[in-house]
Design a protein around this ligand. Sequence first.
Ligand code: AMP
Length: 335
Amino acid sequence: MSQLLKNYDLERLAISTVASHTALQILRGAKKYGFRTIAVARGEAVAQFYRQFPFIDEVWVGDFANFRKTAEKLAANNAVFIPHGSYVEYVGWRQALEAPVPTLGCRELLRCEADQFKKMSLLEKAGIPIPRIYKTAEEVEGPVIVKLFGAKGGRGYFVARDRRELAERLKRVTEDYIIQEYLFGVPAYYHYFSSPVYSRLEIFGADIRYESNVDGRTFGWAEPTFVVVGNLPMVLRESLLPTIYTYGVQFLKAVEEAVGCKLAGPFCLESIIKDDMSIVVFEFSGRIVAGTNIYMGYGSPYSVLYFDKPMDMGERIAHEIKEAVKRGKIEHLFT
Ligand code: AMP
């Protein structure tokens, strides 16, 4: 990718992303920092919605089944690309890995993220506490959560109270899955920003997910399900921050050692905080998460700590790209 970037006119970069997920935040931030902006939509109806926003210069309808062509067109338009969860879902990790456009962050992580076991093993290598993983139902002690590999947005998970219930339910499962210890505590998701420009890791915000039916008024009558319907802002007990920061640093080190690239830009660790205040991480995202949308336009309380002004994640990304251009560090951001 650094070869591709060499042909770019860095003074006239465009910032592009797929029109979904966090695109409004990303492109609004990009425009605020003076970049040209491009949104790539899945169809004309979606494109129409995005065309109403003055901070988006161009809205294209992309070919997601054959994303290479769209990526080539982006590169021809001097655009760098910001990946997010919907992009990976639409094009699949294999296409995302190969799209010929400079992409923020560490693309190789996608391979690892596609496999729940590899994912957990990376967190383990980082020395971050993770839930127990069971290979078979027979080993199970206590409640578990079963995650089907094809699950999206929390749909396709189920919980089982014990070994017997688990064995019964697994009889109906045909796809790959992982069995994890069910952790008791409160969920908390940490938004980080890894900055090559300032050579530092920033804690940029936190959120909790609002999930049906676990957060719903079910009185224990409905099956617990984890379908994400929205996100809520969160401010953490300050005494938790040093540990959360340390886990972020350890994660970056593990990505560098195990995956072979320095992760730049936003990422997220997803955890349960137990009643003894210990933090157990059950998931990560190697790119911007939708939970950052709650701070669009006004920034999370943590963002003021770094720049003395509120900044949302879209603005933070644009700021980094702009500074990287000025300081000749642009190739540190993209793969
Ligand atoms: P995920 O798709 O992995 O982010 O998980 C969806 C939701 O399931 C999370 O937001 C948590 O509420 C819940 N969850 C996932 N893993 C665990 C676990 N090991 N223990 C308890 N809850 C979990």
